[in-house]
Structure formats: structure tokens, C-alpha cells
Design a protein around this ligand. Structure first.
Ligand code: GDP
Length: 535
């Protein structure tokens, strides 16, 4: 490799940070994203991400919107500069468009930001997404939001994370009061108090006023009771709290915690400063050859998401590729590992909050959107140099299930083709009854929208009308050890056995409680909520 390329790659990697936000709807992800961009100078008035907020209407509208725009408004990858760093924020869809894409996006991120509402603490969607982060040992940064509203006790919020997620916490900032009395935060990195002024709806970066702890002027600006309490709490944290440990942060065992209010900009900049310093830059990724270092000079990457265009007249699709090594250049040709074909990457694009921007170069940690003439599937590797494949992307436990019925039997061929292609694309998981007489596919998804997209696309792209028959299950578990293990377990109550697209046994349950029951009755049966990767 030329020394020039090595230097260029190293410099690009050192300044790149790629992350995704995990949160429950309404915790403030859209708001935090806006504020992060505001501080990053990508937009000057927060609110430019508003189009995403209008996602929040009925799914039929969502489809109409996708049609009008011809491109996803739900899958933005935002890149902005902060303090000399190129930050890639991979947007994870939420709300009713929550789907497997949300999980898959985490496979392309190097870090995660866990966003909590201070009044609510941990919520279901966050817990689920956390599991995926844990699987990948991602460093997790916690931002506790909405401190300007009445909040739960901060020590209690930390305790919840420690107890329920088994994740140690290190508060980097500490709140002074909450709700109407929220006055600012104490920054343990610099041992300074940051007082914040509320700005008009937080559309401009907030001016903060910084004081040393012990500064006599503080008595005038902080309520004496809060000031006293703060000093006590800092003492408790310093004496009894977990010690700062960067390695533990990097291995996903310790989460730095920040308190703030995205809406009023409280604490956002302190968070970003620490994030840039503590987060992981792009690191080696597992492949069939060996771990591939991002400085490996050949371009390599993998597809983690496909976005289909909802407009039947324009069948273009976008394949999102995470760059893992080397340098991407427009018009370059690469090898497609699964098919062995050579592909020219001619129309790459980078997605911003507003519109698409075409892209000439990209480095490890970046995401490129490729117009996909139908050849890419989720998990596909593209590479130059010696052949390699990155570890595939697993199937995640679906939560809604339905038989998919073909309304018009004369369309059987198209029905079968459509279902197979949509499955390959990763739009939905397909399972089948073990009862040979029940041959209709069972759609299995993590979000309702996935079903609607499948039905919509079958109709518009394959001319097939379908009907859904919902099944009463909410949990799937893959049986480890396959059919033999299942047989050995004997009769199992309160579950239905089905097979996935690779003929592996899956048990469907009505609820988590039934899973627990089966585990008690059959202690030898090993169940997993994530399917083994098929390569
Ligand atoms: P998302 O669903 O996670 O993207 O949440 P949004 O960013 O859309 O926020 C949900 C609601 O909470 C909106 O009404 C926001 O204005 C509000 N919100 C977000 N951050 C804050 C905050 O820091 N303080 C307060 N009081 N409200 C907030």
C-alpha cells in the first residue's frame, strides 16, 4: 500500500465516529438529533429534521409520502462535522415503522446512544434495542433527557440501568434539580458547573455559564438547598460510584451517563464533547478471512439495509452499505461476494436530513447508499482484493405473526415468487407450519409496517392480492440443537412449533410468561431470541 493511502486512511479513521440512537418513542430522539446537528453546524436552525417528525401519522400516509418523494424519509444517515470529527448518525426508525431495519442498523454502528426520558427511565423498545447492542458489545452512551420536566431521582435511574441491564454506570454530568428547578449540570470531567439559560424553544445553541464548584457567586444563582444536595451527591458518586474506566466503556460494560434537556439544549454540547473523546472509532470487523482492520487498503463493506421504493413505476431500491475498510471512490468496480459478479458502483449517494447528496469518496465508518438494481440482499459483502465475506446479519425475534393468504389461486406462481423475493430482500421473515397441509407462509415481523409493506408490494410489483390472518403469538425462540433437540424435549405445552426459511425449528409463544414456563419445564431445551447467522 502506498504510504499516502495509509496516512489518508488512518487520518480518516481517527476522526470518524459512527453511532445510532436507541430509545423508546417520544423519549426525544428527533429532538436530540436536531440539536446534535445544530451543534455540529450541519443545520443552523433546528427544525430541519422536521420532515421526519411528520412520519408520525397513519401508515397509509407514510406510503403516500414515500411515493411522492421516491426515497425513504425513514432511513436517513446523517453526517456532520463536530470538533474536527466526521460523525455518522445512523437513524433507526421508530414508532409504527419500527421493524427489523431498526435492529439491523445497529449492526452497522460502532457506538450506541441510549436515550431515556427522565420521568420514565427504561422503556420496552429501549430494552429490546439494548439487547442487540449487548450482542455486539457496543459502547453505550446514556443521555437522560427532559430534565426540564419533573423527573425521577437520578440515582434511581442509574440503579435501574445497573440492575435491569447489568450495565455499570458512570455519570459524566450530574443534574442540578429537575423540572422547574432544573438549573444545569455539574461536569465531572472538568469539575465545573454549567448553568444554562433557556433559549426560545432551543432553536439556537444555548449560552452556558461555567463556574468552578465552590465559586461564591453560585450561592446567588443556585437554590441553596439544591447546591447543598449537589455537593452531597458529588461526594457520594466520587466515593461510592463506579470508577471511570475507558476500556470498560469500549467493551460495552460501563455506560457514561449524561443528563440534559434536548429541547432546551441543556447538556447536549457536554455530551458531544465527551462522546467524541470516549467513543470508538471504526474498528476491525469479523470476516471469513480474519478480522479486517479498517486500514486494510482494499475497499470492503456490507449491506445492512435495503430501502425499496414504494413507487411501482420506479423500481429502484437503495442498498445501504457500511464501509469497513479501504477507500470508496465513485465509479469504482467491486466484487459481490454472494454471486461472484463484478459490480460498478456508479450512483452512490449519501443521505442527509434534506435531500440526497451525491458522494465521491467514503471511508471506514461511513455509509453509502447504492442504487440497487435488485442484486443486493441484507448481509451481502462487497469487496476488492482477496475474497472475503463479513459475518451475516442475524434474524431477530419477530413479535407479530400472520398467515399470508393468496386471494386468487391463479396467481400462485407470482405469489410464491413475490414472497421468496421479499424474504430474500429482508423485508420480512417467513416461517412455515410443520403441518404439511398448511402450506401458506407465515409472515413474521417486529413491526406492523413490515406486513403492510409486504402486502403493498405484492400487489403493486407482483399483481397479487393477499389477505392476512393474524396469529395469537408475540414471541419466537429458535431451538438450539435443531429438530433433534426439540424431539428430545418431548411434548411441550403452550407453544407452537414452526420452521423458518432454513428449515430450523422455531417455537412461537403467546407471551414471555409462557417462554419462562417452558424453560422451567424443559431445562435442557436451549432457546435463543436471535437466529444463528446463515452464511
Ligand atoms: P421521538 O419520538 O423520540 O423522536 O421524540 P421527539 O423528539 O419527537 O420528542 C417527543 C416529544 O417530547 C416532543 O413533543 C418534544 O418536543 C418533547 N421533548 C423532547 N425533548 C424534550 C426535552 O428535553 N424537554 C421537554 N420538556 N420536552 C422534550
Amino acid at each position: 500500500m502506498s504510504d499516502d493511502l495509509r496516512t489518508e486512511l488512518q487520518a480518516a479513521i481517527d476522526t470518524r465516529r459512527t453511532f445510532a440512537i436507541i430509545s423508546h418513542p417520544d423519549a426525544g430522539k428527533t429532538t436530540l438529533t436536531e440539536k446534535v446537528l445544530l451543534y455540529g453546524g450541519a443545520i443552523h436552525e433546528a427544525g430541519a429534521v422536521k420532515s421526519r417528525r411528520s412520519q408520525r401519522h397513519a401508515t397509509s400516509d407514510w406510503m403516500a409520502m414515500e411515493q411522492q418523494r421516491g426515497i425513504s424519509i425513514t432511513s436517513t444517515v446523517l453526517q456532520f462535522l463536530y470538533d474536527g470529527h466526521h460523525i455518522n448518525l445512523l437513524d433507526t426508525p421508530g414508532h409504527q415503522d419500527f421493524g427489523e431495519d431498526t435492529y439491523r442498523t445497529l449492526t452497522a454502528a460502532d457506538n450506541a446512544v441510549m436515550l431515556e426520558d427522565a420521568a420514565k427511565g427504561l422503556e420496552p423498545q429501549t430494552r429490546k434495542l439494548f439487547e442487540v447492542c449487548r450482542m455486539r458489545s457496543l459502547p453505550i452512551f446514556t443521555f437522560i433527557n427532559k430534565m426540564d420536566r419533573p423527573s425521577r431521582d437520578p440515582l434511581e435511574l442509574l440503579d435501574e440501568i445497573e440492575q435491569e441491564l447489568g450495565l455499570a454506570t458512570y455519570p459524566v454530568t450530574w443534574p442540578i434539580g429537575s423540572g422547574d428547578r432544573f438549573t444545569g449540570v455539574y461536569d465531572r470531567r472538568q469539575e465545573k458547573i454549567h448553568l444554562f439559560k433557556r433559549t426560545a424553544h432551543g432553536t439556537k445553541t444555548a449560552e452556558d455559564t461555567v463556574f468552578e464548584l465552590g465559586d461564591p457567586r453560585l450561592a446567588e444563582v443556585i437554590d441553596p438547598e439544591l447546591y447543598h444536595q449537589l455537593k452531597d451527591e458529588i461526594e457520594i458518586l466520587n466515593e461510592l460510584g463506579t470508577e471511570f474506566d475507558l476500556e470498560a466503556i469500549h467493551s460495552g460494560q460501563l455506560t457514561p451517563v449524561f443528563f440534559g434537556s434536548a429541547m432546551t439544549n441543556f447538556g447536549v454540547q457536554l455530551f458531544l464533547d465527551a462522546f467524541v473523546e470516549y467513543s470508538l472509532k471504526p474498528y476491525p470487523r469479523h470476516s471469513t478471512r480474519h478480522d479486517i482492520d479498517p486500514t486494510y487498503p482494499e475497499f470492503t463493506g456490507f449491506v445492512f439495509k435495503l430501502q425499496a421504493n414504494m413507487d411501482p413505476k420506479h423500481r429502484d431500491r437503495v442498498a445501504f452499505v457500511r464501509v469497513c475498510s479501504g477507500k470508496f471512490e465513485k465509479d469504482m468496480t467491486v466484487q459481490h461476494a454472494r454471486t461472484g459478479k463484478t459490480v460498478r458502483l456508479s450512483r452512490p449517494q449519501k443521505l442527509f436530513a434534506q435531500g440526497r447528496e451525491s458522494l465521491d469518496t467514503a471511508y471506514p465508518g461511513d455509509v453509502i447508499g447504492l442504487n440497487n438494481p435488485g442484486m443486493f440482499a441484507i448481509g451481502d459483502t462487497i469487496y476488492n482484493g482477496k475474497k472475503l465475506e463479513y459475518e451475516g446479519i442475524p434474524c431477530f425475534s419477530p413479535e407479530i405473526f400472520a398467515y399470508l393468504r393468496n386471494v386468487n389461486p391463479s396467481k400462485f406462481k407470482q405469489f410464491r415468487k413475490g414472497v421468496a423475493e421479499l424474504r430474500e430482500e429482508g423485508a420480512v421473515q417467513i416461517m412455515y407450519s410443520v403441518d404439511e397441509s398448511k402450506r401458506d407462509p407465515i409472515l413474521a415481523a417486529v413491526g406492523q409496517l413490515q406486513f403492510e409493506v409486504v402486502q403493498f408490494r405484492l400487489e403493486t410489483e407482483y399483481g397479487v392480492e393477499t389477505r392476512l390472518e393474524l396469529l395469537p403469538f408475540t414471541v419466537a425462540r429458535w431451538v438450539q440443537g435443531g429438530w433433534e433437540a426439540l424431539e428430545e424435549a418431548g411434548r411441550i405445552f403452550n407453544t407452537a412449533a414452526v420452521k423458518d426459511s432454513w428449515d430450523r425449528p422455531v417455537l412461537l409463544f403467546r407471551n414471555e410468561w409462557n417462554v419462562g414456563q417452558v424453560q422451567v419445564d424443559h431445562p435442557k431445551l436451549a432457546l435463543s431470541n436471535i437466529a444463528p447467522v446463515v452464511s
